[in-house]
Design a protein around this ligand. Structure first.
Ligand code: ATP
Length: 515
């Protein structure tokens, strides 16, 4: 990471702590690596993101239903899913720094640099040629750009071959040939590449003889597959249909140094869409498009999202893409969309001996449906929104303010209600407004400090509105409503507050942008 990015990222982490969004886990004992707790404001933001996802997936699609499966599952689940044998990451240690890395990530980061170099050439040419610039033609014909992209492709393909065939010696050779150095120390003194299984094991049962070995689930998807038949039958679902769920997942990540981007305990929001074999590409394209629109509806800027189609497909997938986000440390995966064919249901049929099929009344025959999956990390969503929303602004008077421009629909507190002074009956009116609005919105009362400081506090907390009760309120039952992003203040009647706030924070109004 270059240092300006590092500063931004450090600032995000500090702000998240100072304003009650995220704390390191068990901090009084010096914390636990890559484990974090959501604090009083963080828990609200996280709940709101989850709700925004759930509404768009479950409530807005009549052919999608939700479930909440257990974290513990029968251990054979993980044999069938392939996680026991293949849920590995290739790790490599630097002998000098003793730091551990994921070999694939080192190589992917190298390729990202090639990609950035190509983009720079394109930007330069854009400036040079102005209006007449034909970007597509330039990408196809400029020798530098062509070479950067060809090299990137060749490297990623070679890595994929090495990982797929288990030729880890070649993955190490690739790292050496590219002269990839330890990002922290610059050392190129590497160990061999080894595979490392990411599942956490635990035991079920009281006595050591009879205890059963279990895993903490590394993804929520398998809870959906094992419930496929129950949901299909009891919900009388017809293909195509989807099952959604949100919940905790656990992975013993090798390298977890990026705050809540990569945690050992995290939360996923997944949806498996069951389709007729042969129709999967149609739905893959549909979900690719639909999920990107959902992200864009939150207004974080289209330039901060991109698709990354996989060169290396997992053995169960015939198409896969990531929606990447421009995090403070660069573009990284936010969500995965995978066409998984019938791999999961077939494997569970084989291991359980149960038929996991759909009976098609039209053709009078049964088949194992194909699956298109959308899988987004709730914590990564949180980080994407939180990091882009945090801004330092220089105001007209030359002063600066820190403002957390969270999408109003997701903000933990929708409005702060402030009596201008702590006397003359103003606090009482402010309390009345609060009592009334709290039935519909999360609102906060704040009477401490000068009103300007209270505005700044609300800005830094991400609260979209400040409602100020002043002496004019006593006369005409109006208040000022201040907008966090523009700092504009309007005089409005107290009776109109509910409608005004609702207009800006309603899930309906935000989600409609995704349609
Ligand atoms: P990565 O390549 O970053 O390890 P992945 O491809 O293993 O991610 P998936 O298995 O596709 O991730 O999981 C789906 C989503 O779950 C990811 O897009 C990400 O948002 C989230 N996720 C995965 N691992 C973690 C983690 N350790 N911490 C937080 N979120 C995670």
């Amino acid at each position: 990471m270059v240092s300006q990015q590092e500063d931004i990222f450090k600032n995000v982490i500090l702000h998240a702590k100072e304003y009650g969004y995220i704390f390191p886990s068990s901090e009084i004992y010096d914390g636990l690596s890559a484990v974090y707790d959501y604090a009083q404001n963080g828990v609200e933001l996280k709940r709101n993101i989850r709700e925004y996802w759930w509404k768009s997936m479950v409530q807005m699609h009549e052919n999608i239903v939700g479930i909440d499966a257990s974290i513990f599952m029968h251990p054979t689940t993980w044999k069938a899913s392939g996680h026991v044998d293949a849920f590995n990451d290739p790790l490599i240690d630097n002998k000098d720094s003793k730091k551990r890395y994921r070999a694939d990530v080192l190589i992917e980061d190298y390729c990202e640099k090639l990609h950035q170099k190509a983009l720079k050439e394109i930007e330069k040419a854009k400036k040079r040629f102005g209006e007449a610039f034909d970007e597509a033609q330039f990408i196809e014909t400029n020798p530098c750009v062509v070479e950067y992209y060809a090299k990137k492709k060749e490297i990623l393909e070679r890595m994929a071959r090495g990982l797929d065939s288990g030729d880890l010696a070649d993955v190490k050779a690739l790292i050496e040939e590219l002269e990839i150095a330890d990002p922290d120390t610059g050392s190129k003194n590497w160990t061999e590449v080894r595979q490392f299984n990411l599942m956490f094991g635990t035991k079920l049962g009281a006595s050591t003889d009879t205890a059963m070995d279990l895993y903490l689930r590394p993804e929520t998807a398998q809870g959906i597959f094992v419930n496929f038949l129950n949901v299909q039958k009891t919900g009388r679902m017809k293909i195509p249909f989807g099952i959604a769920q949100t919940g905790k997942a656990f992975r013993n990540e090798i390298v977890a140094r990026q705050f809540i981007f990569r945690m050992r305990e995290f939360e996923q929001m997944e949806m498996q869409f069951f389709v007729k074999p042969g129709e999967e590409m149609k739905y893959y394209e549909y979900w690719k498009d639909t999920r990107l629109k959902w992200h864009l509806s939150l207004g974080m800027g289209a330039e901060n999202y991109r698709y990354h189609d996989h060169e290396k497909l997992a053995h169960y997938a015939n198409a896969a893409t990531d929606i990447e986000f421009n995090f403070p440390f660069g573009f990284k995966e936010l969500e995965g969309i995978h066409s998984r064919m019938d791999f999961d249901l077939k494997a569970h049929e084989q291991f359980s001996g149960k038929k996991l099929q759909f009976f098609d009344n039209e053709t009078n025959s049964s088949y194992v449906p194909y699956v298109v999956e959308t899988s987004v990390g709730l914590d990564r969503m949180f980080l994407s929104i939180f990091s882009k929303s945090l801004q330092e602004e220089t105001l007209e008077d030359g002063l600066t303010r820190t403002v957390l421009k969270l999408p109003a629909v997701l903000a933990p507190t929708k409005a702060a209600i402030l009596p201008l002074v702590k006397k003359d009956g103003l606090p009482e009116i402010a309390q009345e407004i609060m009592e009334d609005l709290k039935w519909d919105f999360n609102v906060a009362y704040d009477e401490k400090d000068a009103v300007g400081r209270r505005y700044r506090r609300a800005d830094a907390l991400g609260t979209p509105f400040c409602i100020t009760v002043d002496h004019q309120t006593l006369e005409d039952k109006t208040v000022t409503i201040r907008h966090r992003d523009t700092m504009k203040q309007d005089r409005v009647a107290i009776v109109d507050l509910r409608t005004l706030i609702n207009e800006e924070v309603s899930i309906k109004n935000w989600l409609k942008r995704a349609m």
